[in-house]
Design a protein around this ligand. Structure first.
Ligand code: NOJ
Length: 542
């Protein structure tokens, strides 16, 4: 595996829900040995870092984002030895592993909380945030709007209210307490010593509360995160921290610090704007958000995505845009959840192969390291009738056999039903068929990843919008170390004529998708026609 310290800047991430991926022991739940068995599949796809969703002990009130023991693996997933083996086997294939680290809160079943609520004199009492009234921190918004009425819940045992930014079953830790900060470092040390390559740090904006603020992105929170980074740099160079901060780019910028906080941060606001641009056949919202995106420190990187395990969040759009997105992409109220949309990529994009491909080419054309959500590489569907966000977490569809080859347990033993209804049912959407079909979505993704990895200008090159007046066209250049990539996409269903002169490029460009030189576009003089939803990626090396 590469020892390149900036490996994360030009990587392809893949988000895995272990429970949903592959069941090795026929108990109806995916597990770590199952994921190990499928590593060759992921290697073949070409991804080189897996983000493993929470695998720790948990009562599963928030699918593992409610941890009751940070050092133990849920029995259905296997054990610490399995996890160690996963790291070794992944590394042997040149794939890195990062895991979720849920810093902000624990489960209410965690022994810390149990001790805290039972005894006011327990050293753990001060691990959480308590109050006699619900009046404090009233400027903090509620995140899980559909289920929570307040960020305070009454605890009978403690006879006080406790603070929680998510479900009431997820009490927030008190980061003003140095013992909490130390406990979290000890937990990270445990997993880093095992060899993991970093953490996707969950919900980091909310670590600290202060009266009179919205309790997000506070300077004290950044100071704590910088302590974590110092600890990593000192003891585990080359490992990374990825910030889950669903905020505006200027606020996420603070999480990169002066290259002394996070290595990576999700770019949340760009995601809904890709969907807007596609549906409107108009690039304007995308241009706007990229203009709002400040340069980041040299050693940092954005993480970009179209979908993940949560609802497609519409927190970073205006009220008007949100209504429009709901109207366009979630016409059935059942598709909506909190401030978002609980659907997968393929159904959102009308299961239209040209549109799905264009959306991903667009994502992969932008700065940042892209993340693929498991199953999206084969165009899996969703089940909006399942509770909360479970509809986008259904079993991976490996083949056409019973349970889509995900598990050999009886169907009623599965943690969730496999999608069976057309057009997303296992008969139509499955890995086996797509591996065998050179024109499948899987093989498209494989090529997309291959091209992208071979051309670092995609991930870190300077981005310039080329001079094209038609808003239905995305025309950009990405320049890095003597390489100029030219990206031409037609968002619309109409044919577009383009006449461009790309500055400072010489010779004939290579068309990266068909691997042929375009002699007719010598020295950057491009005259072309883009058919409906067509995309072209060119490379000038002169
Ligand atoms: C963000 C995670 O992505 C989400 O799934 C979870 O519910 C919340 N954080 C709370 O941990």
């Amino acid at each position: 595996m590469t020892t390149e310290p900036l490996w994360y800047q030009n990587a392809i991430f893949y988000e895995v829900n272990v429970r949903a991926f592959y069941d090795s022991n026929a108990d109806g739940h995916g597990d770590l040995p199952g994921l190990i068995e499928k590593l060759d599949y992921l290697k073949d796809l070409g991804v080189n870092c897996i983000w493993v969703m929470p695998i720790y002990d948990s009562p599963l009130r928030d699918d593992g984002y409610d941890i009751s023991d940070f050092l133990k693996i849920q029995a259905v997933f296997g054990n610490v030895q399995d996890f160690r083996r996963l790291i070794e086997e992944a590394h042997a294939r040149g794939i890195r592993i990062i895991t979720d680290m849920i810093m902000n809160h624990t489960s209410d079943q965690h022994p810390w909380f149990q001790a805290a609520r039972s005894d006011p004199n327990s050293p753990y009492r001060d691990f959480y945030v308590w109050s006699d009234t619900r009046e404090k921190y009233s400027d903090a918004r509620i995140i899980f709007l559909d289920t929570e009425e307040s960020n305070w819940s009454w605890d009978e045992k403690a006879q006080q209210y406790y603070w929680h930014r998510f479900y009431a079953s997820q009490p927030d830790l008190n980061y003003d307490n140095p013992a909490v900060r130390q406990a979290m470092l000890d937990i990270m040390k445990f997993w880093l010593d095992m060899g993991i390559d970093g953490f996707r740090a969950d919900a980091v904006p909310y670590l600290i509360e202060r009266e009179g603020t919205n309790c997000e992105n506070l300077p004290e929170t950044h100071a704590i995160l910088k302590e974590v980074r110092t600890f990593i740099d000192k003891n585990y160079p080359g490992r990374i921290l990825l910030a889950e901060a669903n905020q505006w780019p200027k606020d996420v910028l603070e999480y990169f610090g002066n290259s002394d906080e996070f290595h990576m941060g999700f770019h949340f606001p760009v995601m809904p704007r890709i969907f807007m641009a596609l549906r409107k056949a108009d690039r304007s919202s995308l241009v706007w958000i990229l203009e709002q995106t400040p340069p980041i420190p040299k050693n940092c990187q954005w993480c970009t995505f179209l979908r993940n395990h949560d609802e497609l969040t519409l927190e970073m759009v205006t009220e008007e845009e949100r209504q429009w997105m709901w109207q366009q992409y979630a016409p059935d109220p059942r598709m909506r959840l909190n401030l978002g949309i609980r659907r997968r990529q393929a159904p959102l994009l009308e299961n239209d192969p040209a549109l799905i491909r264009l959306a991903n080419v667009l994502l992969f054309s932008l700065p940042g390291t892209p993340i693929i959500y498991y199953g999206d590489e084969i165009g899996m569907g969703d089940n909006i009738w399942l509770f909360d966000r479970n509809g986008v977490r259904t079993p991976m569809q490996w083949d056409k056999t019973a349970n889509a080859g995900f598990s050999s347990a009886a169907p009623d033993k599965l943690y969730a039903s496999v999608i069976e209804q057309d057009p997303y049912g296992l008969q139509i959407v499955n890995v086996e068929d797509q591996l065998a079909d050179p024109n499948s979505l899987f093989n498209f993704f494989k090529r997309l990843i291959e091209i992208r990895k071979a051309n670092p200008a995609f991930s870190i090159g300077n981005l310039t919008w080329l001079d094209v007046t038609d808003p239905g066209v995305v025309a950009i250049s990405r320049v890095y170390e003597g390489q100029t990539l030219v990206i031409l996409l037609n968002l619309s269903l109409d044919t577009k004529n383009l006449h461009l002169q790309i500055p400072n490029v010489y010779g004939a460009p290579l068309d990266l998708w068909n691997n042929q030189f375009r002699m007719d576009w010598n020295d950057g003089k491009i005259d072309c026609q883009l058919t409906a939803r067509q995309y072209i990626w060119l490379k000038f090396t002169g």
